[in-house]
Design a protein around this ligand. Sequence first.
Ligand code: ZN
Length: 302
Amino acid sequence: MNIYRGRLGVLSVAALALAAVSAAQALPGVPPLSVHWEELTAPQFAVAVERAGGVAIIPMGILEKHGPHLPLGSDIMQARAVALRAAEQEYAVVFPTYYFGQIFEARHQPGTVAYSAPLIWSVLEETVAELARNGFAKIILVSGHGGNEHFVRYFCQAQLASPREYAVLLFAPEADPEDDPDVKPLLRTGLDWHAGERETSTMLAIAPGLVHLDDAGAESGADQGRLAGVPNAYTGIWWYARFPNHYAGDGGAASAELGEVLLRKRAALLAAMIRDVKRDTATLALQRAFSAAAARPVPPRP
Ligand SMILES: [Zn+2]
């Protein structure tokens, strides 16, 4: 199966449609092509795939407690805000709300939806395959949820298990926002992992009406260090041992100003990644070469 080549015939038709829509967009009052997958018509969709250079984004969130003061869907909203802002800067199509991920560690808290491991794997595997079938050969995962960190990286790694004509790339900026000269002076707290200063600030910038700042101090977001006697070990209960309130930091220190800076920085990094991914031909070429070599490994010639 060769999804990438199979779609070239569609592209020439889409190119004609693109020219028509581009001309239409020059007319006043005609809205530009939406970056929201679910807002596009089917004819617009073909144009969108072309304009996006085959790049689609899946913003990934979760339904979980965010301290006593933030909405359950905070990670979805943050991942989507970054993806949508970036796609407006560098056109890409953004997949609808996606909340399938790893969140067993919050099962003791109200409102958590913790699907099984096989299910979250299958949903993501089938989702990327469906994106590829629809013409997206380059799929960017934007995870807004810390609990997905190991899952999404393993998912990307597992793409090498079989040949495929699309690439899955995780948005994984190396820059630490705490080192950013625009961010550093605005930070007021030290420990800030979950529903703390930065996340609460980001939510203040996205949806201030959903942030209950007065409740941020109602529970402790301090590290309880209950597994301090077992250093150098990783075990699933570590998070509950340290942060049983599913709150790590102090959301009360948040500001919309910090949130806006964080959103702007992150969206700019993602827009730059979209640009790089559009230009990139190496990833898919290397995947193909690897798959061919892996199908029949031969020892190197002396
Ligand atoms: Zn979160």
